[in-house]
Design a protein around this ligand. Structure first.
Ligand SMILES: [Zn+2]
Length: 120
């Protein structure tokens, strides 16, 4: 009799735990309601994976983006100290821009690149 009661309780517990568990809508792994699962939820692992995929595709689309890559080059050249007064004078002569305008372009390029980094 006692064994039967035990069996029934185990059966009930099992049913209960199934009621309070939900499969991840992506990988199908079952999570308990206590862990934050709900009908149609996506588990943390899948969410993390999804985020990585989005970042990868963002990175690839950035590589195709001339504006971003030119800005990146200018930013790196500036960090290397390329834009000395001599270089700026030479650039100003070659481009018919003033040194102030060139410095402004460099600043704009750096801003474009910073904004891209923030989105990554
Ligand atoms: Zn999952």
């Amino acid at each position: 009799m006692r064994d039967l009661n035990n069996l029934n309780r185990e059966h009930d517990d099992k049913l209960k735990s199934q009621e309070n568990s939900f499969p991840c809508g992506n990988c199908g792994i079952v999570y308990s309601e206590e862990s934050g699962a709900y009908d149609g939820f996506i588990c943390d692992e899948c969410k993390e994976h999804e985020k990585e995929k989005v970042n990868e595709s963002l990175y690839e689309s950035h590589w195709e983006n001339d504006k971003v890559q030119f800005a990146r080059l200018i930013n790196e050249l500036d960090l290397l100290g390329i834009f000395t007064p001599d270089t700026l004078r030479g650039l100003a002569d070659a481009t018919d821009l003033s040194q102030t305008e060139i410095l402004d372009l460099i600043e704009r390029a750096k801003n474009v690149y910073d904004e891209t980094l923030e989105k990554l």
